[in-house]
Design a protein around this ligand. Structure first.
Ligand SMILES: O=C(O)CCC(=O)C(=O)O
Ligand SMILES: [Fe+2]
Length: 283
């Protein structure tokens, strides 16, 4: 993560990285979706909060379980969870030791798909799961989202929106802001090309704008927490899936439950190491 990226992530609470995935990676991820359309469901997390502006004619589409799709379709998704280019970003944002918080999922939208009310950490009591700090020269965050765009998002299409800087907000927002009814100028619909990555802090106020474009939205969300935290429930909490032996050391390391001591840590170059307890200052 270079100086420009650190400045922008610290300032805005999100970071857009262009061309993160190669066209081949995007094609493989999309081909898997195309071959598994029968698994598409509706987004169960949907909530427009009675907003007059976030409603649509139908809910967002949703896929999960990609890590266990029949071969070869699971492979591009397994390759994402400890992606070699993502590791240095995670080591900077979370420090040494971080984990896949829960199963990756895909959000899809077609014209008229409804939005999702804006949410972030400033609207509720501090609970340690969503936060942003900078201390001793280091960034630290609660759960963060790596959103890989598998289709273009042009400005105004809808989809992911953020309120830049709101990860540092001190006061609760208002219902009208959360419903995207007032002060809409502070809400940014991040324009992306397929292959771009948006990293955002769950503490940053964000949500979904209704989809207006003719083409389908396809966003892959991979969420990571620091090594001591579990944000969402799910079966990765205490047990490994049966197919854990098919994963690399680094991919296995990101599925570890929350704990600190003797945890496998992934170096920037992808090597997985277990640090003995007493080898100098704990990192
Ligand atoms: O990308 C979106 O539509 C919003 C997703 C969201 O709220 C989240 O990942 O926490
Ligand atoms: Fe969210």
């Amino acid at each position: 993560m270079d100086d420009r990226e650190k400045f922008l992530f610290d300032l805005q609470g999100y970071l857009l990285i262009r061309n993160f995935l190669s066209p081949e990676e995007v094609a493989a991820l999309n081909a898997s979706i195309d071959a598994n359309m029968d698994k598409k469901g509706e987004d169960g997390n949907s909530n427009t909060g009675e907003s007059k502006t976030l409603g649509g004619t139908h809910k967002r589409g949703f896929f999960a379980g990609m890590l266990n799709w029949p071969k070869p379709w699971c492979q591009p998704y397994r390759d994402i969870i400890a992606h070699h280019k993502a590791i240095p970003y995670l080591n900077t944002i979370h420090g040494r030791g971080w984990r896949l918080d829960h199963e990756p999922f895909i959000l899809t939208s077609d014209k008229g798909s409804e939005g999702l009310v804006l949410h972030g950490s400033t609207d509720h009591h501090f609970d340690g799961s969503q936060y942003y700090t900078y201390r001793n020269g280091e960034i630290r965050c609660g759960m963060v989202v790596f959103q890989y765009q598998l289709a273009d998002v042009n400005e105004g299409d809808g989809g992911l929106c953020v309120i830049p800087g709101s990860h540092k907000a001190n006061f609760p927002s208002t219902v009208d802001i959360r419903r995207w009814e007032q002060d809409r100028n502070i809400v940014y619909n991040v324009p992306c090309k397929a292959g771009d990555l948006v990293i955002f802090n769950e503490a940053t106020m964000h949500g979904t704008l209704p989809w207006t474009a003719d083409h389908e939205r396809r966003a892959l969300l991979v969420r990571y927490s620091p090594k001591y935290l579990h944000f969402a429930g799910g079966f990765y909490k205490t047990v490994f899936p049966e197919w854990v032996d098919e994963l690399t050391e680094a991919q296995r390391a990101v599925l570890e439950p929350p704990y600190i001591y003797h945890r496998p840590l992934i170096e920037d170059d992808g090597e997985t190491v277990v640090r003995p307890r007493r080898d100098g200052p704990y990192k």
